[in-house]
Design a protein around this ligand. Structure first.
Ligand SMILES: [Zn+2]
Ligand SMILES: [Zn+2]
Length: 267
């Protein structure tokens, strides 16, 4: 066997070897052979209430409230689950460090469910309309962001890693999540045109002001003008929103319409 084939052989049997060392068990109930069984998946709580990421004031759709919006290029952030839920936290942590594909499939399904709920929240049924529009329904229409009404035309972009980081990790976990959502809803997915340029200090070690400075100028758009298209940026975890906001700034400078963030949980 030549060196390359030997290496491929070792890599393809790596999961098998890891299975032997760390037998897979459902993170919820301990059932063997799966990361999360169907029963435990169904019990994962979706975060129903959204809020302004800046001041934490609750609202229906996670938009920045009028007082906070002017400081952001981003229109709002959707957070699908709660990091305090032990299973969600374990899924995210493992997604970053190993076993990406199986875990991404589970978390991708979780995002799909979350989006279905979100879209339904903004939906005004045909019967509602035939009964006429009262104040409550008009308020609902006003509060629903444009991107929800026009969901099928939006573009999904995973938050990119720096190429060096991606090579080291072997994959971008945000991209795997975005791919699952795009396939399920038949949405356009763009990878590789929003790029991360500088490899700065890891954001996790910085406070929120330092985070904002650290991330400035880190992204660039290498595609065509976005021509008012609405965009959903996908990441596994959102913290202060500084990274998402920096991406939104670049995308809007290149013609994007609304830009929203979607994350599995808030870290
Ligand atoms: Zn289970
Ligand atoms: Zn606010």
């Amino acid at each position: 066997m030549n060196k390359k084939r030997l290496l491929n052989h070792v890599l393809s049997s790596r999961d098998f070897i890891l299975d032997l060392i760390f037998p897979i068990e459902c993170l919820g109930c301990g059932a063997e052979g799966v990361w999360l069984c169907k029963t435990c998946f169904r019990q994962l709580p979706l975060q129903a209430e959204q809020y302004c990421l800046n001041c934490k004031k609750p609202n229906e759709f996670g938009q920045f409230c009028p007082a906070c919006a002017s400081a952001y290029s981003l229109d709002g952030v959707w957070i699908a689950g709660n990091y305090e839920n032990k299973i969600i936290a374990a899924l995210i942590k493992n997604l970053k460090y190993h076993f990406a594909k199986d875990l991404a499939k589970i978390l991708g399904e979780f995002l799909i469910l979350f989006l279905r709920n979100l879209i339904n929240k903004g939906r005004i049924g045909r019967t509602d309309l035939s009964l006429g529009l009262d104040k409550k329904k008009i308020k609902k229409i006003r509060q629903t962001p444009e991107i929800i009404f026009d969901f099928k035309n939006c573009l999904l972009i995973p938050v990119p890693l720096h190429p060096r980081r991606e090579r080291w990790r072997g994959f971008n976990q945000a991209e795997i999540l975005a791919r699952a959502v795009a396939e399920n809803y038949n949405l356009e997915l763009n990878t590789g045109k929003l790029i991360r340029m500088k490899h700065k200090k890891p954001q996790t070690k910085l406070d929120s002001v330092a985070r904002q400075k650290n991330i400035q100028g880190c992204f660039a758009w290498q595609g065509e003008n976005l021509n008012k298209q609405n965009i959903i940026l996908i990441d596994d975890v959102v913290t202060t929103g500084a990274t998402l906001n920096e991406c939104a700034k670049v995308l809007k400078a290149n013609g994007a319409g609304q830009v929203w963030g979607l994350a599995v949980a808030k870290g």
